[in-house]
Design a protein around this ligand. Structure first.
Ligand code: HEM
Length: 330
């Protein structure tokens, strides 16, 4: 049996105490808020008949949810988006196992992040003076058991920084690829409209087949290991290919089928696995399930629209830059 190292134990405490109540086990509390945001977005384009699904739904939804969860005003979303884009530069343009970027790219990234820390500090000041029911107010007030004290402003900014990397783009790509899976499988939209209990299976299979985070260098071996006959010395950096594991025929029967009846639907590793598994997985799952439930209520049919060029985001994520969809209003 593998025992946990002290840093891993601390990480698990960090999750349980600081992020789980909002984006982990506690994410279900956001269901109604997310449904409202979905309906608000759909109201903006329901009479248009054709839209770019990414800019009109898949991107703004996680942005608005994220702003609501943290307690940031909607008018600051362009700032959060710009900082989010800066934070992911290494994962989009970085090279090699360590996603290395050039000194010029590093300079660019730092200049684009200007104002981020001050912005969070200002929000912390506002929430300390006037606490609301949001994650920043919670982080300002929580007594962190692992350190037996409250968090400093810098520590709160650190939590928000990590959330920006995780929360903004990933769910966008999950929703966008799921829309493509529906367009490619005539009849599936109808099946889901008639039986909403299958929406969860659809989103899990969607993430398994089209893993938003294709791979990430996120583990280093602490001892010599042998993986599938390959000797890997201690201290090796591993680039984990979540997308490949999710279609491994030794793990998943007929791996390229989208199977709504598949056993062990959540066995995929789209969110990674182990003590450092994605802390926002539950929030994203709720977002995807609610998003499709509302879209199935409001639309009776979707198909590819005109002018899709299938240009993809470079880097470790799987997702197109735009996705034109035609739809019928329900
Ligand atoms: C479909 C959506 C998502 C996917 C596919 C995804 C995937 C991942 C993966 C593969 C990791 C790496 C875990 C590891 O090191 O083993 C990760 C980490 C992380 N994710 Fe997500 N994620 C998603 C949504 C979210 C959301 C909504 C949030 C926040 C609300 C979030 C926050 C984070 C954070 C903070 C980390 C870093 C954890 C650490 O440093 O150990 N993610 N995610």
């Amino acid at each position: 049996m593998v025992s946990l190292r002290p840093t891993q134990e601390l990480y698990i405490k960090h999750r349980k105490e600081l992020t789980d109540p909002w984006v982990g086990t506690g994410a279900m509390r956001h269901r109604e808020m997310i449904a409202q945001l979905c309906n608000d977005l759909i109201d903006e384009w329901i009479d248009e008949g054709e839209i770019d699904f990414i800019s009109r739904f898949a991107r703004p939804l996680p942005q608005r949810v994220f702003a609501k969860v943290l307690g940031f005003p909607f008018e600051d979303i362009p700032l959060l988006e710009a900082w989010g884009n800066a934070v992911v530069i290494p994962f989009v343009h970085g090279t090699g196992l360590k996603h290395e970027i050039t000194p010029d790219q590093t300079k660019d990234m730092i200049s684009r992040l200007a104002g981020f820390q001050e912005y969070v500090y200002e929000q912390v000041r506002i929430k300390r003076a006037n606490p609301q029911d949001d994650m920043i107010s919670f982080l300002c007030d929580v007594h962190y058991q692992a350190l037996d004290r409250k968090l400093t402003d810098l520590e709160i900014a650190g939590v928000v920084y990590a959330m920006i990397i995780g929360a903004l783009e990933t769910t966008q790509y999950a929703l966008e690829e799921q829309a493509q899976l529906l367009c490619e499988r005539p009849g599936l939209f109808e099946v889901l409209r008639n039986d909403r209990s299958k929406v969860r299976a659809f989103t899990e299979e969607g993430m398994r087949l089209r893993s938003p985070t294709h791979g990430l260098s996120t583990r280093m071996t602490s001892q010599d290991e042998v993986f599938q006959g390959v000797h890997v010395p201690a201290g090796s950096l591993l680039h984990l290919r979540f997308a490949a594991a999710n279609v491994d025929p030794e793990e998943f029967e007929c791996p390229f089928d989208l199977d709504l009846e598949r056993e062990g639907l959540t066995r995929h590793v789209a969110f990674s696995a182990g003590p450092r598994v994605c802390p926002g997985a539950n929030l994203s799952r709720v977002e995807q399930q609610v998003a499709w439930s509302v879209l199935l209520d409001r639309l009776s049919h979707i198909e590819y629209g005109e002018g899709n060029n299938w240009m993809h985001q470079p880097g470790i994520m799987l997702g197109t830059l735009k996705l034109n969809l035609k739809f019928n209003k329900a």
